[in-house]
Design a protein around this ligand. Sequence first.
Ligand code: PEP
Ligand code: CO
Length: 457
Amino acid sequence: MSWSRESWRSSKDPYLPEYPDPQALELAGEKLKTYPPLVFAGEVRQLKAELALAGSGKSYILQGGDCAETFADFTALGIRDTFRVLLQMALIFTFVGEKPVIRLGRVAGQFAKPRSAATEVVAGEEVMTYRGDMINGIEPNPRSRTPDPERMLEAYFHSAATLNLLRAFAGGGYADLYRAGKWLFDFVGNSSVRHQYENLVKNINKTLSVMRAYTESGPPSAQKVDLYCSHEALFLPYEEALARNDSLTGDPVATSAHFLWLGERTRHLESPQVEFLRGLINPVGIKCGPKVAGESLEPLLERLDPHQEPGRITLILRAGVNQAEKVYSRLIRTVKASGRPVVWMLDPMHGNPRHDSTGLKTRYFSDILTECEVFINVCRAEGVHPAGFHLEMTGKNVTECIGGSDRVENLQSRYETTCDPRLNASQALEMAFAIAEYLVNTAPAEKPAAPVSARFW
Ligand code: PEP
Ligand code: CO
């Protein structure tokens, strides 16, 4: 079967909504093909190599951001705050978890959403469901919900501007380790998390002073970090237009993001998303919900990774706290026995939906943390590295998930998500401390670790 960036078009895509003017969508795609890439093949290869190291136990991966980015919520402060919370969580993982961390934002392209229903009835009128800002608008009226090809181009420019700012933050001093004490949010107020973080920063500063004493100028690369971006590869007209050839090797590469993942609904062999991703060199994530217990992933892994390349595949488990142990033990055992070098990651968000008394969609901090602990236990028992954690979170002080030491109980006051509930900054930091401590406390005894490269702090 030969692959081209258009070969996904030969099978029907249930997630491609009907456009009133399909020709206009094609024209927008042609325009997008002429626009510059958002990420570069060299960065993609570097991430794949880093993921391979994570898979073999050398580091951790933190993947996080909004469930759905929106055009409305597009401000420098918003982008900075998401970056800041990811930086803080990575810092906690590095210093408490004692391994370097790969930072992977769900950012700069997370604009398309799979929905269970094609339409919904609002005020007696049937309208298409909201599919993400790249496709239609959230306002529940027929005009806004009609798919608009211009939105695809708008998503590109939003992503470009977001990445531009993130690259500046990551390389331009904001991420400087010496500033870690300044990253704290004002609203991470009374809780023990604030103390924990301040203590951590004190210890880091002490360590830095010692390093400075030894090296005169201090660890120079503590001023910069690497940040990668990712989103679900769902809306293929956008992905196709941004698939390019690596100028060094000629290999096809997605330039919409460094890392793309297949959702729970699109990870089957007939899916056009699988067809599209199989021909690209990018690292690929595969969400694995509870149904995976009754399936074999082998044909899918063979399709996407015939050469068994380390770092190519990350399995993102999301079975939910109640089924986690059973599903993960079996899956990890089977894949391990096949010898495939996959990276193991947990998404403890999507298997744990709940509703509050008013019917609002939420998640419990305690479910999320418990699933993380079960995942780590199973990985330890099966002898694989619990490499990654995939969280929906934001730097904003929202009230969307219940629990945590700031005791979010009433969701109504700041419930802002357009899709799934996110951890707020305080909950995200508390979660990072709890996961990192659990990782350290359950780690198998090993030889003294090699010194952490300053580049990865
Ligand atoms: C998501 O990550 O927002 C999502 C829809 O996940 P899943 O495909 O696992 O349901
Ligand atoms: Co989601």
